[in-house]
Write a protein that binds this ligand. Structure first.
Ligand code: V47
Length: 353
């Protein structure tokens, strides 16, 4: 059966077939991705009112793509005190945020309590704010540093008030590429195991993929299929987030950057392949706002959120340092022909704008 016939019949694709998708014309691919998007979400495009907080940039690992970590490239090391973080949350709560997204570097100097107690402080003061925190890479770091199993760290996360896990740290699962770009931190299998354990606790998480650096199309397909396999077993992923690599201030020497066409193809392919993950997020921070809006027609149904402040990708050149105001979000989605739907962190609809 040809790949088009399979697409017409909504049949699940294997590795070789998935790779063939890249050879299709962008608009043919887009047609099928959009059909699936419309079946699941119609014209709705989701976003949330959220605040990113990155409490420390001191990291014991050195990822080649990272411009945020203070280990060598970022000359300004910092670690926020809990009072400083609470001040941020207080100000953001006045802006109506529904979620804090807290991701740190792997800082061996702070102690485990510094990582965890802030969640309890936020939950106690703002019980209605969803705490999305600790990537699988951080969980792995804390487990090694403090000699605890993943299960024990996960128990602590639940006890201290973490509601869901963000999708960071996945990068690219292919072991050879991973060794070159972020050897030493959580392995692919450990990343998947940690999410599986989290899902077994009845909790939700997201999954990312960092692309556009030294990986190939084959590596991207392999990455997505490993996620699809896990999702078949655990069902706990809410969203897949393809993160477009940003090139400034890091160690990776990448000469060729992705075309908009390759980015859109990858988003469309993720919608087609990940038939068991409901939401495909066009993260405007790394794709640019304009391409994220176009991606709505190529399978994406979520644009993340207002963010307010972003330190990881903006350190590497993304124009995201100050977030995007809610009014702009709504207008941009409306003007691109979609329906802006404000959601909470686990995709309950809060307001159709
Ligand atoms: O895993 C680091 C990425 C991620 C660069 O779960 C870079 O809803 C591009 O995971 N170019 C952290 N990306 C951010 C993240 C995330 C973002 C938004 C939403 C969610 C979610 C998760 O940032 C890391 C890494 O892959 N990153 N450096 C760079 N130069």
């Amino acid at each position: 059966m040809s790949i088009i016939e399979k697409l017409e019949r909504n049949e699940r694709l294997n590795y070789e077939e998935a790779l063939e998708l890249y050879d299709l014309d962008l608009f043919v691919l887009g047609k099928y991705a959009n059909k699936l998007r419309e079946e699941k979400h119609g014209k709705k495009s989701y976003f949330n009112i959220n605040r990113h907080i990155n409490p420390t940039n001191i990291c014991k690992d050195v990822c080649q793509f990272c411009a945020y970590s203070a280990s060598r490239k970022n000359p300004k090391p910092y670690t926020l005190k809990h009072e400083e973080i609470m001040e941020v949350v207080k100000n953001s709560s006045l802006n109506g945020i529904k979620e804090v997204h807290i991701v740190s570097a792997h800082n061996p100097q702070t102690g485990l309590e510094w990582y965890l107690e802030i969640f309890k402080k936020i939950k106690t003061a703002y019980p209605n704010i969803h705490v999305k925190a600790l990537t699988a890479a951080e969980i792995h770091f804390l487990s090694e540093e403090y000699n605890k199993s993943y299960e024990e760290i996960i128990d602590l996360m639940v006890e201290y008030g973490v509601d869901s896990m963000p999708g960071g740290g996945a990068e690219i699962f292919d072991e050879k590429v991973r060794k070159r770009i972020c050897g030493g931190k959580v392995t692919s299998q450990q990343w998947l195991d940690i999410h599986e354990l989290w899902h077994k606790r009845g909790k939700k998480s997201n999954a990312t993929m960092l692309f556009g650096h030294i990986e190939t199309r084959e590596h991207r397909i392999d990455h997505m299929l490993r996620l699809r396999d896990l999702q078949d077993r655990s069902g706990g992923f809410n969203a897949f987030i393809p993160l477009v690599y940003q090139k400034e201030n890091n160690f990776l020497k990448v000469k060729n950057f992705l075309t908009g066409q390759e980015i859109l193809k990858t988003m469309a392919i993720s919608r087609i392949l990940l038939d068991n993950i409901p939401h495909i997020k066009a993260y405007w921070v790394t794709s640019t706002v304009k391409l994220a809006l176009v991606a709505q027609e190529f399978g994406a149904n979520d644009l993340d959120g207002t963010i307010e402040k972003e330190s990881i990708q903006s350190a590497a050149g993304a124009a995201s340092a100050n977030g995007l105001p809610i009014g702009s979000f709504v207008d941009l989605i409306k003007n691109s022909g979609f329906i802006p739907v404000e959601r909470d962190s686990i995709y309950n609809e809060l307001k159709v704008w």
